[in-house]
Design a protein around this ligand. Sequence first.
Ligand code: KIV
Ligand code: NA
Length: 265
Amino acid sequence: YKRITTKSLIEMKSNGEKISMLTAYDYTMAKIVDTAGVDVILVGDSASNVMAGHETTLPITLDQMIYHASSVVRAVERALVVVDLPFGSYQSDPKEALRSSIRIMKESGGHAVKLEGGKEIKESIKKILHAGIPVMGHLGLTPQSIYKFGTYSVRAKEEEEAEKLIEDAQMLEKIGCFAVVLEKIPAELAKKVADSISIPVIGIGAGGGVDGQVLVIHDMLGMNNEFSPRFLRRYLNLYEEMTKAIGQYAADVKSQDFPNANEQY
Ligand code: KIV
Ligand code: NA
């Protein structure tokens, strides 16, 4: 495979080729996602929810993100691996943000970092970029700020918030980010942002007018039957399939159907 780079993603945008991105948090899943041809693998702090069972993304630590990211990196031959900076690892000041990003790059082998926010974290993003570390922005619904917003509902429906989002996206392009995620905002606004900047806009719940799409892999595989936002397309119902298979195994052990004569030494 030819490796995907931040440059190839920017080229895809200028060629009108849409970018596919999915999360992965472990070696086995990352191998499947990479082999299937997904362009970008995000080691998201959604690991806090789907891997660790926390209600929010806030509890996951930098060490835990590095563990997930290093597992993913060992599996990947083609995709660009982007790693979320977790809550608390970059908000205090630019030096902390750089230190955390350096740890991710050195200890996991990831190719880029992602941070949530706009002008509030501009200096931190610049500091990281100056060190040669590619940065992906993340605007709109930013789950690390859930206690400020109070809900996971659609963002930037009002003029004022929409204006700030456009300014933030243009600022992220200007300082040198290679892409930006827009989460759960009106499709019309997301398209307007994508049309106004030359770096790729990757949407989740942001409609089809952007340059690429991202989903949480456990959600799109249907492993998680409790989370059903409108933007989620389920490609499998693995929750049902796996529950059936595992239930069958448990029953076969009880009934002594498993193992049979051919399944032993
Ligand atoms: O952590 C995550 O999975 C994300 C995506 C939803 C963009 O940030
Ligand atoms: Na995230």
